[in-house]
Ligand binder design. Structure first.
Ligand SMILES: Nc1nc2c(ncn2[C@@H]2O[C@H](COP(=O)(O)OP(=O)(O)OP(=O)(O)O)[C@@H](O)[C@H]2O)c(=O)[nH]1
Ligand SMILES: [Zn+2]
Length: 206
């Protein structure tokens, strides 16, 4: 039986047993009945299977290791010595409090010390952490940590802006509110001009 690996910051002796697909589908049937509908009616018969398949996609980040993607680096950059930044990386995640989507954009930059990484790998790292149950703060820190630990750059910067559906479709019901989180290490922390350049590039339109 597969086991869900606990987060590294929460040591646990006993990993959670991963339920079977059938058990997960049964849980969805329970939620449908709890919502007030009949999971046996025609339109809902295949819904538990679809929901479980959607969960596989939304939470596929648990099975992925960001370090694997950041381990292939390139040294030959002909003396390039400035930041590398990816703008507008789409973020589709789910909050760990309500399992409601939060959707937005991530901006990720690092200042290489020597080696650079393939730019798609930075987007993959965002994807891996987004496809887990998250808070925006944790996800921002995890992306920053993974890049910092794997590439040992001179600095890393992460900016995420997202709209949380647990705030817009339920609860407080405030639409169009966005949450911004940032995390900086190294030169982005010590050099205010560099940090401001990064933030200005985050705020450029387009
Ligand atoms: N800091 C932080 N809070 C989040 C995030 N996603 C959701 N939340 C908040 O998590 C909180 C959970 O609060 P609770 O009082 O335990 O839950 P609740 O009664 O459903 O709260 P309401 O959403 O206010 O109805 C809410 O304030 C959410 O807005 C996130 O990524 N970061
Ligand atoms: Zn929430």
């Amino acid at each position: 039986m597969d086991a869900v690996t606990p987060k590294k910051d929460i040591p646990r002796a006993d990993p959670v047993r991963r339920p079977t697909q059938q058990e997960a589908e049964e849980a969805v049937r329970t939620l449908i009945a709890w919502a007030g509908d009949d999971p046996r009616r025609e339109g809902l018969i295949d819904t538990p299977k679809r929901v479980v398949n959607a969960y596989k996609e939304w939470f596929e980040g648990y099975g992925e290791d960001p370090v694997k993607y950041l381990s292939r680096t390139f040294e030959d950059v002909q003396g390039y010595d400035d930041i590398v930044m990816l703008r507008n990386i789409e973020v589709e995640s789910h909050c760990e409090h309500h399992i409601a989507p939060f959707i937005g954009k991530a901006f990720v930059a690092y200042k290489p010390s020597s080696a650079v990484v393939g730019i798609s790998k930075l987007a993959r790292v965002v994807e891996i952490f987004a496809k887990r149950l998250q808070t925006q703060e944790t996800m921002t820190a995890q992306i920053c940590d993974a890049i910092t630990e794997s590439l040992a750059p001179m600095g890393t910067a992460v900016f995420i802006e997202a709209e949380h559906q647990c705030m817009s479709t339920r609860g407080v019901h405030h639409k169009h509110v966005t949450t911004i989180t940032t995390q900086f290490t190294g030169v982005f922390k010590s050099d205010a001009d560099l940090r401001n350049r990064f933030l200005a590039m985050c705020n450029q339109n387009g």
